[in-house]
Write a protein that binds this ligand. Structure first.
Ligand code: A3P
Length: 286
């Protein structure tokens, strides 16, 4: 795994997409007050936010969505590409990150940049991640599902333990710069979720525009948008025949994967890790 991953401040990063220079560049990054960032633990809806944010910020103009691949349209704070793009990005700049709170750069804390933290049921994250590890050549093979449950619970996955990520961002003291939303709310009622985000970002979008954005950001539409479905990435890096990036986009696929033993182990480990926390989670963990 040392060949595939690089260790930075105790967390694992795939060398193919991340370098020490890019991670250090992220630490030096100068946030502006108008910046908008989605913070998403991997497999919780990152690519979805890369579709949504530009449309909310530009009032529903589909041009960027049809002309710029998602990784250049809304770059990752921690990836190599940011350094190449940053000077060309017009304000308000939209970005995403998988960073846990403690890796956010100093300028983030002193700026007024806004953050949308997207959370997803960890059991569905685990399933989604399992298939992602199978299809992405720059990630370690997940081996069996049973083994991957342990890997996930031990936090030997990208960006560390899910519970640490949630704990860090849930206790972040950012006042009205930060809003929380769940993948589940987005699946169940995307227009309502878009309205909440648009209000948070201070955009007054008409109901027509919200509906248009929702239609464009549906799983079905995104799956056919080559600027968003990763089909432009060579098969040797991401093999959609093994598993498409836009895989199912549903709630509760974990029920098709976990046996009762895995479920019991998962639930008790997550409970234990979150034990001392005062916040409650929006999902029933059992
Ligand atoms: P599944 O593997 O469960 O289908 P990320 O972008 O953070 O890696 O997250 C990927 C997950 O988000 C995948 O989950 C993918 O299908 C889902 N996703 C992406 N766009 C979506 C959309 N428009 N609607 C529902 N799910 C979406």
């Amino acid at each position: 795994s040392e060949e595939i991953y690089l260790n930075y401040k105790g967390l694992m990063f795939p060398k193919e997409t991340h370098s020490l220079e890019s991670l250090e560049f992220a630490q030096e990054f100068k946030f502006k007050d108008e910046d908008v960032m989605a913070v998403v633990y991997p497999k919780s809806g990152t690519i979805w936010m890369q579709e949504i944010l530009p449309l909310l910020l530009n009032g529903g103009d589909l041009t960027p969505i049809h002309t710029i691949p998602n990784w250049d349209r809304v770059p990752w704070l921690e990836e190599k590409r940011l350094a190449l793009l940053v000077d060309k990005m017009a304000s308000p700049r939209a970005m995403v990150t998988h960073f846990p709170y403690q890796l956010m750069p100093p300028s983030f804390h002193t700026s007024k940049a806004k953050v949308i933290y997207v959370m997803r049921n960890p059991k569905d994250i685990l399933v989604s991640s399992y298939y992602f590890h199978k299809m992405a050549a720059f990630l370690e093979d997940p081996r069996t599902f049973d083994e991957f449950v342990d890997t996930f619970l031990e936090g030997k996955v990208l960006f560390g333990k899910w519970t640490d990520h949630v704990k860090g961002w849930k206790s972040a003291e950012l006042g009205n710069r930060l809003m929380y939303i769940t993948y589940e709310e987005m699946v169940q009622d995307l227009p309502a979720a878009l309205r909440q985000m648009s209000d948070f970002l201070g955009r007054n979008l008409s109901e027509d525009t919200i509906q248009k954005i929702a239609e464009h950001c549906s799983f079905k539409t995104m799956k056919t948008n080559k600027m968003s479905n990763f089909s432009l990435v060579p098969k040797m890096y991401m093999d959609a025949d093994k598993s498409p990036f836009l895989r199912k986009g549903v709630l509760g696929d974990w029920k098709n994967h976990f046996n009762s033993e895995q479920l019991a182990k998962f639930t008790s480990a997550i409970r234990k890790d979150l034990d001392s926390e005062s916040f409650s989670l929006p999902w029933n963990l059992d």
